[in-house]
Ligand binder design. Structure first.
Ligand code: C2O
Ligand code: CU
Length: 647
């Protein structure tokens, strides 16, 4: 069974185990309080429930052992906390309670029953332990923290003490009040200690150091500095992006959107390698109900100087309506990229504040046909835009000369991955996230998994017949219809194993582990179910600090049940392995870590700055899954809050 299945099974099992032990304890309690003969049937039912609970508990142990094979990150809190709390009392129940439930007093003998404490108490303990296991699954992630463990243990201990007293023979006046008092006290302790697990209120947004260079100084070259690589005088390419409302007309109806320059996607910024790109951002979005929708532009996957990265509260202040901001960077890396607002991005990007960026290499590409395709879902309506034209939720079409070498640059601007299929011609993945794939091989009918925010350049030679591109279940683009070839239905290419393998870095200066989960954590000052990294949510996730020139091995472990497209800004990371299987080493800027997966990637710290790192399922980022990667000695004058809300 896959790790993802085991994770899902475990989540079902821990609820079932708790329910089974609670039912056993409840029925047994009723059984021992009835007179001997009358309670016999009830006690036998309790015994049957107890047997079922024991079986389910054993199953949970087996599932945990299975999960442990994927790594300690997946089971730490189960092995150290959740399982002992249920397994130990379950053993006592099996040894003490079960035989007593099965002991049948001869009818009419009026033989006294065994002490109800002896029968019921172990069962109640087991039930509390099982429920504590459920609580543990919600409040404790990896690594197991003392505070979280203490909260779970305090609840368990309180319930146990109270039950012991209530089951006892002495019924002194005030007995119940004492018990209730114990309970309240323990609960308060649990909450107080649990507060500690939320931790780090002191953790500042920017903890990379107090002195050093400000991101504000890590900017692109001034326009006057235009002078390209190799001494050639490079062009300055100037663009203006104006954030403004727009209406997107789809076959299925009109959609109110936010746009750059009145179009969604925004204009295709197409420049040549070596150009100096200057973009003036203006905000003409309306002020709605007193709230001004601010914007920024982040160059997704383009490793610009940190000060040009467009993250409000980190590299600039969000640009309010009526204001402008100028971005400047040298287009050094050829390839397919995109740009989007990073202010309230979980709202702004789905609403349309994005566009495309293509940097053509200095030496021309072999393809004579070169088209850029943006996949974007408006609400529930998936669309495709060809070459920046208005998107369609129907079938887009392209007419291409047979024999022409063709490049389709596919950009996933959604917050979910998409499965692509190309049928009608053999094709290659010529580039991933902007970078060329060395040794790209022909694919025939295979399908591709494209992460949220990711890009694939697909190349093929136009055949005599038609070519079909599917996105999800949807035919998205037909080249040279009218006939439609059957959709690709082949296996999904493992992108981590595609292309020619390159040697991994020889050594690492630092190791970082990000364990992704969905846990109760402090977010916005309140405990809530959050998308967490190492048990914490933004802004409490510790910032990894690197030094320029270091090579960092990052291990990303997904303990949860959601897919997380991880996106470190300012750097492409090389994929080293997935689930222990060595990868070819392709550089990516957005990589999809599915539930139960463990990815290892290498990040070379070659772009000093204060960087954002987050899940590109932007709703997850808004629910806490974002943090910084900082360079030693780099500071920022900007602060989060106020008008700055990256996710
Ligand atoms: Cu495309 Cu921080 O994002
Ligand atoms: Cu995510």
């Amino acid at each position: 069974m896959t790790t993802a299945r085991l994770i899902a099974l475990d989540q079902i099992l821990f609820v079932l185990v708790a329910a089974a032990w609670a039912a056993t304890a409840g029925v047994a309690l009723a059984g021992v309080r009835q007179p001997a003969a009358a309670g016999r049937r009830t006690r036998l039912i309790a015994a049957a429930l107890c047997a079922a609970a024991i079986v389910m508990t054993a199953l949970r142990v087996a599932v945990t052992l299975g999960l442990a094979r994927a790594g300690w990150w997946f089971v730490a809190e189960k092995v150290t906390l959740a399982l002992p709390l249920v397994v130990l009392p379950a053993l006592v129940s099996a040894a003490v309670s079960l035989p007593r439930l099965l002991r049948v007093p001869s009818s009419g003998s009026g033989a006294p029953l065994p002490s109800s404490r002896l029968v019921a108490f172990p069962l109640l303990l087991t039930a509390y332990g099982a429920v504590a296991g459920v609580v543990c699954g919600v409040v404790v992630s990896y690594p197991v923290t003392g505070g979280g463990a203490a909260a779970v243990l305090a609840l368990f201990a309180a319930a146990s003490v109270v039950s012991w007293r209530l089951l006892g023979p002495v019924r002194a006046p005030g007995h119940r009040w004492q018990a209730a008092g114990t309970c309240v006290l323990a609960l308060a302790t649990a909450l107080a200690v649990g507060g500690g697990w939320s931790g780090d209120h002191s953790h500042s947004d920017h903890d990379a150091g107090t002195q050093g260079i400000s991101v504000d100084l890590l900017r692109g070259p001034a326009a006057s500095a235009a002078g390209g690589p190799a001494g050639a005088r490079s062009r300055v390419r100037r663009f203006t992006l104006t954030a403004q409302p727009a209406t997107v007309r789809l076959a299925s109806g009109a959609v109110g959107a936010w746009s750059f320059n009145g179009q969604v996607p925004g204009p295709v910024l197409r420049v040549r390698q070596g150009d100096l790109v200057e973009v003036v951002l203006r905000n003409r979005l309306p002020v709605v109900g007193g709230t001004a929708q601010a914007v920024t532009v982040h160059w997704h996957g383009y490793d610009v100087p940190s000060g040009e990265d467009g993250v409000p509260g980190v590299t600039q202040n969000a640009v309010a309506p009526g204001q402008i901001h100028v971005y400047r960077f040298r287009a050094e890396d050829a390839g397919t990229y995109w740009y989007h607002s990073h202010q309230n991005s979980s709202v702004a990007v789905p609403r349309g504040l994005f566009g495309l960026l293509v940097v053509d290499p200095a030496a021309p590409l072999p393809e004579s046909e070169d088209h850029i395709l943006a996949l974007h879902t408006f609400g529930t309506r998936p669309t495709l835009s060809v070459d920046g034209a208005a998107p369609t939720d129907g079938l887009a079409r392209l007419a291409l000369p047979p024999g022409a070498r063709t490049r389709l640059r596919v950009v996933n601007t959604d917050t979910r991955p998409v499965v692509l299929g190309l049928s009608g011609a053999p094709y290659r993945i010529a580039a991933v996230d902007g970078g060329d794939v060395p040794g790209a091989t022909d694919l025939n009918g295979s399908r591709l998994h494209l992460a949220a925010g990711g890009r694939y350049d697909l190349t093929f030679t136009v055949p005599a017949g038609p070519v079909l591109l599917t996105a999800g279940d949807r035919p998205a683009l037909l080249v040279n219809g009218p006939a439609t070839p059957p959709a690709a239905a082949g296996p999904i290419v493992d992108i981590t194993r595609y292309g020619a393998a390159t040697a991994p870095p020889a050594r690492f200066d630092q190791e970082v582990t990000w364990v992704l989960d969905k846990t109760l954590a402090m977010a916005d000052g309140l405990p809530r179910l959050a998308q967490t990294v190492n048990g914490k949510a933004w802004p409490n996730i510790p910032t990894p600090v690197v030094r320029q020139g270091q090579t960092v091995r990052i291990r990303v472990v997904n303990r949860g049940t959601d897919t997380h497209p991880m996106h470190p800004h300012g750097h492409h990371v090389r994929i080293l392995s997935r689930n222990g299987v060595p990868a070819t080493g392709l550089p990516m800027d957005t990589f999809d870590v599915a539930p139960g997966e463990v990815w290892e990637v290498a990040l070379v710290a070659d772009n000093p700055g204060m960087w954002m790192s987050h899940c590109h399922d932007l709703a997850h980022a808004a629910q806490g899954m974002e943090f910084h990667l900082a360079y030693e000695g780099v500071t920022t004058p900007y602060v989060m809050g106020g008008g700055n809300h990256p996710a």
